[in-house]
Design a protein around this ligand. Structure first.
Ligand code: SF4
Ligand code: SF4
Length: 93
């Protein structure tokens, strides 16, 4: 096996390890440690302005805007947190 092949393999191993760490961190962030269940995001209607930015980022069609407020469908939501991150009003908690 050439030196270059070994270096490439070692590099790929490091990348795989890093991806694993990122994946575990992402999974833990959507986990509510106190209740032992996945985090259930909710919308604070005092903050929501119905801009629909959250709707466009959700890959699971888990959020919609009804009567000017975002509503999360808990059956579809996988608690990834993308909508909470995207909300300019910090209305998803
Ligand atoms: S991004 Fe935030 S403010 Fe905009 S509709 Fe969604 S929850 Fe409401
Ligand atoms: S937490 Fe993720 S899956 Fe759930 S509504 Fe927000 S973006 Fe969609």
């Amino acid at each position: 096996m050439s030196d270059q092949t070994i270096k490439r393999r070692n590099f790929l191993k490091k990348c795989t390890g890093l991806l694993g760490v990122v994946g575990v961190a992402a999974a833990l962030s959507s986990w509510d440690i106190e209740s032992g269940e996945r985090k259930r995001y909710r919308v604070d209607n005092e903050r929501c302005v119905g801009c629909k930015r959250c709707v466009s980022v959700c890959k699971h069609k888990g959020i919609s805007v009804v009567k000017k407020f975002a509503v999360i469908d808990q059956k579809r939501c996988i608690s990834c947190g993308d909508c909470a991150e995207a909300c300019p009003r910090k209305a998803i908690v």
